[in-house]
Design a protein around this ligand. Sequence first.
Ligand code: FAD
Length: 486
Amino acid sequence: MHVIPENEVSAASINNYITYAPKMIDFLEQQTCLTCTPVQGYADYYPDIEGWKAGGRTMDPSPVDGRKMDYEMLSRLVESPRASKAFSRFSMSILEGVQILAKTPGWQKIFMGIIAGYFKDIPGRLKGPRDRRLTQGNALVAGLYFAAMDKGVELVLESPVTDLIYENNRVTGVVVKGHTQITANKAVIIAAGGFEHNKAMRETYLPQPATFGHSSGVTSNTGDLILAAEKIGAKFGLMNEAWWAPTAITPFGPTVLFSEKSKPGLIIVDKKGQRFMNESITYNSYGDCFYAADQKGHDVFPAYCILDAHYRKKYMFGGVVQGEAMPDFMSKQMIGEGKMLIKADSLQELAQKMGIDYNGLKDTMDKVKKYAASGVDEEFHRGSDAHDTLYGDPEVKPNPCWGPMDQGPYYATQLLLGDLGTKGGLVINLDGQVLRQNDEPIQGLYAAGNSSASIMGSKYPGAGCTLGPAMTIAFKAGHHALGVAV
Ligand SMILES: Cc1cc2nc3c(=O)[nH]c(=O)nc-3n(C[C@H](O)[C@H](O)[C@H](O)COP(=O)(O)OP(=O)(O)OC[C@H]3O[C@@H](n4cnc5c(N)ncnc54)[C@H](O)[C@@H]3O)c2cc1C
């Protein structure tokens, strides 16, 4: 409540989430093979706000054995981003990742166990490189999948819903692929994501200039069901918001730079070579920062991410494994002319290759050197709080987010304002029922997740703020549709 503006989300909606999220987690643990563990040390995203915690709110699902899943079904499960894996290959839970990154006692054993497990899966290795030890989002989806299969749920794939069936003031089913009708015994729950891949909707609803093609959301999320519900009188909310995120385009598609933005040896500049924001700020705030910079006359669509030799050697970037483990010649798919990361021996050459003003960039680099020495970013205060430094390098002093960037070769990529999906959609009540313009529920119709207007408003208080409410409302909607108390 301290983070989200009162005029965006009601206290009742937030209390509803706080009350039912723990019940949803209990239900999830009872009904699936999953256990969920709070991640200590994963800080909330707004450290200067009252009530901030240094960790313990975000939940990590236990790993799931994907060898039990038919390989055809496994390959339909969207693979976790390369950047979330060790060496872009070995799946780690968040808890494991935190221990490995922080080098807590016993981290080597954990790490070696993960790698050994990967190579011991001989049938998996014969089929391909994908790690069948499922973690993070993949573990969550696999846990739900196995539970659904155990309960005899029929899963119908490749069947886009094109419309809702609406009779006698009630939703009674859906139309699939434009012709097949499926009748709902109780209700229809829309959980079809946002409109991140619908260009016209982005141009209509999101701030301008509207970005397109940079979203990391599932490409099939084109807002179809949001539009279908609009046709029967549903109300929209928060349509001008997305879960914004700094994004680079890699050969694997748009890739969110979650941790990269806090590491020393990286800055983000506009076309004039000037910084315009605190790079380490929470990813959702990139939306505000980019549009505010645009208003102030910075040319940031696209912006540019600059790395120095220290960064390249020590840290991953957009799925490119750090140079000390995989030198440039082993990352030819990602580094070189026309590739994701452009390389140059000098700053001047890099500026010329990227079309950035060299003098502006040089001035910026002079300030960077000063900030690295003093540990104080006099312009945007990067590295001044626990959120910023969470993904910094604790071994770099005096500020874990700042390096002098005085050693080439240098690397750069276009830095795009992307997103994890859109935030706006159908307005729902506390049970997930979709509301009409007059706030009366549409009988037989519920919505959860990014198809509904987020209860986080324009903010993103901490990791899990998309999935937590999505799952809590879905849990409530299912019970409400069945007439069962939670
Ligand atoms: C790289 C990355 C990391 C993330 N990390 C986190 C995190 O740590 N914590 C967190 O809380 N969130 C995270 N998110 C965000 C989170 O994954 C999404 O917000 C969340 O998955 C949205 O859930 P959803 O059910 O609304 O939609 P989705 O998970 O997008 O699912 C929507 C589904 O509906 C299907 N669909 C769309 N249209 C139709 C149609 N017409 N008919 C039938 N099906 C349709 C789509 O194919 C898709 O399978 C992350 C996102 C990304 C990209």
